[in-house]
Design a protein around this ligand. Sequence first.
Ligand SMILES: [Zn+2]
Ligand SMILES: [Zn+2]
Length: 128
Amino acid sequence: MVYTQVYYAWFLWSLHKDHHHKDHDSWFERNDAFFIFYAIVSMTCFYLWNYENIWFCLPIGVGIMAYGAAYFIVHDIFIHQRFKMFRNANNWYAKGVRRAHKIHHKHLGKEEGECFGMLVVPFKYFKK
Ligand SMILES: [Zn+2]
Ligand SMILES: [Zn+2]
């Protein structure tokens, strides 16, 4: 790994870490900074599309926004239940998503991180 990659990995993990073991009582997590970051990027894209007429900034902005919305709804609302919504979903897809994320949270360090696939859950988590 080159130096910049090491730096970014450290930087991103330092934001994501308190999602794995909270060291504070606040409802907000440093992990939430990703929403602010992606919001700024997608808003910049919408701005460039609207005021500078760069057409391909629109699909980029919409894509980033859609990712942020999907992550928020599935990860924060559905899996971690930060709001009282979707709590009774119990179909096979909902079960697979929850099970996969439980495995992701089993490790506290970044070294043995497990991919949970977010929307595209690895197939093994659907098996009983
Ligand atoms: Zn999580
Ligand atoms: Zn994680």
